[in-house]
Write a protein that binds this ligand. Structure first.
Ligand SMILES: [Mg+2]
Length: 353
């Protein structure tokens, strides 16, 4: 018992220490200073719509705050998706409160305002801005049951250099895209065909079941992956995590990154579940990179493992010698583009950086 207690205390201390190298804030909110820890979370107020009772009975909240990225001359917006249960049933027409934490103390939380979810369970609240360069915690509260979700606003310099990291199969050793690959191999590459697996329709719910079985909260990290991400962060190059995981895996993904001491950085999750399918995931990643580079952030390098990564990075204009691919597809090319750069292992790659 004592040993267990000591290891819990030590790992908590380690997390705090790892989360704050050189003033770097943690990638997940610190519980003592999140809304609940600060006593700012009210009692459940009940739902405004009777229909909502049926939605919330479908399962646990799977709310997700979309990490916001802004420059010091932009007015950022807090966006979130609120839903329940394994198939992500939308919370529609219910009241949601938005908060931002301007520092790391309880007194630094500011209520942004209140709005209603739309018919897709989404909210948008414009923040008071612009804000200075920094990382700010964001929170949403579904007032009906006082359930919450957290995310971050990253205010970056207008010409901030960034580095892109895929997560599954790139930072982790397991890869949902390998399952995608199997599906594509058997049924072809068009989205309609992917949905029609072996003559039976692969429904959205079935797709989510596959994801659920594949994505592990404690997925093994590729040895040295954390050191490579930190190498960039320590040189002022902002890591951006762009994953093919849908928003339902927001909390699990943030915890995985935090527990491994990954530097803080915007987390970009798939917002339309269909876009996590292999026929769409490269478009989604290409678009995400394009949005970042289109705003003036320079992409110094991009890391991935899947063919969809190679094509997304190539089409988004990342140079082949800055496109680092690990695993079975390392060194492959997207049709019509130069071959990507293979990484044998992160410790070996670190020596070459
Ligand atoms: Mg991957």
């Amino acid at each position: 018992m004592v040993t267990l207690f000591r290891s819990v205390v030590l790992s908590s201390l380690l997390l705090v220490a790892l989360g704050c190298p050189g003033g770097q804030p943690p990638i997940t909110p610190v519980p003592e200073t999140d809304l609940a820890g600060c006593g700012l979370l009210g009692e459940p107020a009940g739902w405004d719509r009777t229909r909502t009772e049926a939605i919330v009975r479908l399962g646990e909240p799977v709310h997700s705050v979309i990490d916001a990225v802004a420059t010091p001359d932009e007015t950022p917006t807090l966006r979130a998706k609120l839903s329940y249960g394994p198939t992500s049933a939308d919370l529609e027409g219910e009241r949601v409160e938005g908060w931002i934490q301007m520092g790391d103390q309880c007194a630094d939380w500011t209520r942004i305002g209140e709005t209603l979810t739309d018919d897709d369970g989404r909210i948008a609240l414009e923040l008071e801005g612009p804000l200075p360069v920094g990382i700010y915690s964001l929170a949403v509260v579904a007032l009906g049951d006082a359930s919450t979700a957290f995310g971050f606003l990253h205010v970056l310099e207008a010409d901030q250099p960034i580095v892109i990291f895929d997560i599954d199969g790139t930072l982790t050793t397991s890869d949902v895209e390998l399952i995608d690959g199997i599906v594509v191999h058997h049924v072809g590459a068009t989205s309609d065909e992917v949905f029609e697996l072996a003559g039976s329709p692969l429904t959205r719910a079935q797709w989510l079941t596959i994801l659920d079985r594949t994505l592990e909260p404690d997925a093994t990290m590729h040895a040295g992956a954390d050191e490579v991400v930190r190498w960039y962060a320590e040189r002022g190059i902002q890591p951006v995590y762009i994953t093919g995981r849908p928003y339902l895996y927001d909390g699990m993904t943030r915890e995985w990154l935090a527990e491994r001491g990954m530097p803080a950085g915007p987390l970009v999750l798939v917002q339309a579940i269909e876009e996590a399918l292999p026929a769409y995931v490269d478009d989604y990643k290409e678009r995400s990179l394009g949005e970042l580079s289109g705003r003036g952030f320079s992409i110094e390098a991009a890391y991935g493992n899947a063919h969809t990564d190679i094509c997304a990075y190539a089409r988004a204009g990342v140079a082949a010698d800055r496109t680092f691919i690990i695993g079975p597809n390392a060194g492959d090319a997207c049709d019509g583009y130069e071959a990507s750069t293979a990484i044998a292992s992160y410790p070996a790659h670190l020596l070459e950086l």
